[in-house]
Ligand binder design. Sequence first.
Ligand code: FAD
Length: 489
Amino acid sequence: MDHLETDYLVIGAGAMGMGFADALLALDRSAHITLVDRHHRPGGHWNDAYSFVRLHQPSVFYGLNSRPFGSEVPDTQGPNRGLAEMGTGQAVLDHFEQAMRQTLLPSGRVRFLSMTEHVGADAQGRQVVHSLLDGRATALTVRRKLVHATLTGTRVPSTHAPRYAVAPGVRCVPPNALPGIAGAHPRYTVVGAGKTAMDACQWLLHNGTDPARIRWVISNDAWFIDRANVQPGVENLPRFFESLALQYECVARSTSLADLFDRLEETGQLLRLDAGVRPTRYRCATVSQAELAELRRIAHVLRLGRVRSIAPTGMTLERGTAEVLPGELFIDCSAEGLASQPGVPVFEGDHAIHLQMVRQCAPSFSAAFTAAVECLVDGDAGLRNGLCAPVQLPQEDFHWVTMQATTLANRQKWSRHERLMQWLAESRLDYGTRMRPLVPAGLLERYVRAIKAASPAWAPLLAECAQRQAAGSKAAVRAHAREEVAAAS
Ligand SMILES: Cc1cc2nc3c(=O)[nH]c(=O)nc-3n(C[C@H](O)[C@H](O)[C@H](O)COP(=O)(O)OP(=O)(O)OC[C@H]3O[C@@H](n4cnc5c(N)ncnc54)[C@H](O)[C@@H]3O)c2cc1C
């Protein structure tokens, strides 16, 4: 077995692993970093995505801290018109690939083991990786820390088979297959309610498919963030900070979770697809009003729960059945873009880091910030974890509250740490802190007042979240048991 040594072994070279390595390289002038990934190049799940995938937030908030990404110049046409560019999947991959080629590898302190899988530790405590091409094993002695950059568990349809049965004779493809369609289908049924399904619906509409030929299976509606509220550029700062202030004002005035979501919707902080259907989920998905208007052209929406099976004779869902047309094409977009994560702390003793979000909906920032905490904070894991409470990945609507509360608590702790504040003020990825000196004074005061006013409201809201979480867990166990019984009988 070959043997290598390194200071940090980063498992996963997606946005999180790359974001950590990039920031660490800039902050620690001596550390040697090894990245290992099953893919042939950095970028993680973007390597497996459909060709028409894009970010759903502006590019300038994504990617690596050390180099610019995307432009603040607004699009002039299309459903993102008036709003800053959202990079294509290819642009995201190029960003990571260029950083690897132009900065990380030339530093002489970074090694990238591509097409290689991390399989665990050997009896001597060395980390073992296997080449996926020839099976060769290599043992790595990690002098400082093992960094797990795989916890977001991003799933995309091309790498995850549908979780429902598809009978022979049914054509069911991931969205990756759409651009290759050679002949017309009588109907296109998009299965899924997340960002990927929205992309597939928009792709069909954009390419001229009659909306009457599209059917959309939405198991659960989700709340969306209005992209216009989260725009870069000095001219957008007032709206950016007013949106934040409004969210805290809603929290401050809310009397319950239901009341909070009413207020967030009334003030334009959260959007929904269908005025008649109240969302029950929240996944950090960001849309423009024009995109929603486009999606609303699809009138045939099936809301009968999750798909259980599709056969040429019909489709079975949790709460009913639906017909299947001969030659119909099903587009599976049901893989969860973000899977839930285990509740592990970010820093484990003095030997491991488990990269997670430490700010809501901000993977790139979170990875870079964790590197900053690693390099700029003196102290043990307990002290570092105090600054990096993991923000739970969102699934249910009430995760809007838990994410906000953790994000805010983390940010308040950071503000008492001078070196971190200096890093944040210079960080490309921390738009809010960097731009704060330019925010009109009155608006900044309103924002700070709103945060203070919201402070007593968090505890009752979080208690309601905990009840919902407990009720949801019990229901999930019951549903799982029902499925086991059904499968056994
Ligand atoms: C369609 C889509 C659009 C998105 N748009 C945005 C956006 O606009 N803004 C935003 O902030 N976020 C966005 N996100 C979310 C964001 O891209 C992800 O949260 C982030 O990229 C996750 O990166 P990651 O590195 O944690 O995971 P991944 O990209 O999944 O990378 C993990 C890597 O680990 C590797 N790996 C896993 N196990 C092993 C092992 N044992 N050995 C070796 N390698 C291993 C995998 O091969 C993979 O390359 C989007 C997500 C999707 C799906």
